[in-house]
Design a protein around this ligand. Structure first.
Ligand code: HEM
Length: 143
């Protein structure tokens, strides 16, 4: 569930790198020169039909071991990749799971008339966010 959530809503929609040596994109004559900033569009890759069929559908089954193995490398980047991958990856996942477990054990979450379905993401934000907020009806559980 969490993996699919981070696919559809990666915290960082883009990664930025700077090219350290001249590189020609294989199969093309496109040369990226040393010093060129390169934007890696995580959000767009995660919503690419080529890697995720029906990409706007929430489907945790995409992350079974079998389905994960079928996808090429670098098509799932919620924590980045390579030497600068997020150092808090495991800690972050644990925090989210702990936080969610505590919240759903104490509160019930429902959509309400102000909830946006589907969510409209703000393309101008550096960190992923919705336009108009994230509204839910939250009711404390009695037991
Ligand atoms: C679900 C939670 C989190 C997400 C989605 C997330 C995502 C990311 C992403 C996308 C990057 C950029 C990686 C790259 O450039 O390839 C990053 C870097 C980083 N993250 Fe996280 N992060 C999370 C939690 C945390 C936590 C809990 C910590 C610290 C306790 C942390 C510390 C860092 C640091 C220090 C970097 C920079 C690493 C570097 O440049 O070498 N992150 N994170």
């Amino acid at each position: 569930m969490l993996s699919e959530t981070l696919r559809m809503y990666p915290s960082l929609p883009n990664l930025i790198r700077v090219c350290t040596k001249p590189y020609t994109i294989p199969g093309t004559n496109v040369l990226i020169e040393k010093g060129t900033p390169v934007i890696i569009p995580i959000y767009a890759i995660h919503r690419d039909q080529l890697y995720y069929s029906d990409p706007d559908r929430f489907d945790p089954e995409r992350f079974t071991e079998y389905n994960k193995e079928k996808r090429p490398a670098y098509t799932y980047l919620p924590f980045g990749e390579g030497p600068r991958i997020c150092i808090g990856l495991r800690f972050g996942l644990m925090q989210v799971k702990m936080g969610l477990a505590i919240l759903v054990s104490r509160f019930q979450f429902d959509i309400c008339e102000k909830s946006q379905v589907p969510l409209i993401m703000d393309p101008k934000k550096f960190v992923m966010n919705t336009i108009g907020g994230l509204w839910l009806k939250i009711t404390p559980r009695t037991q």
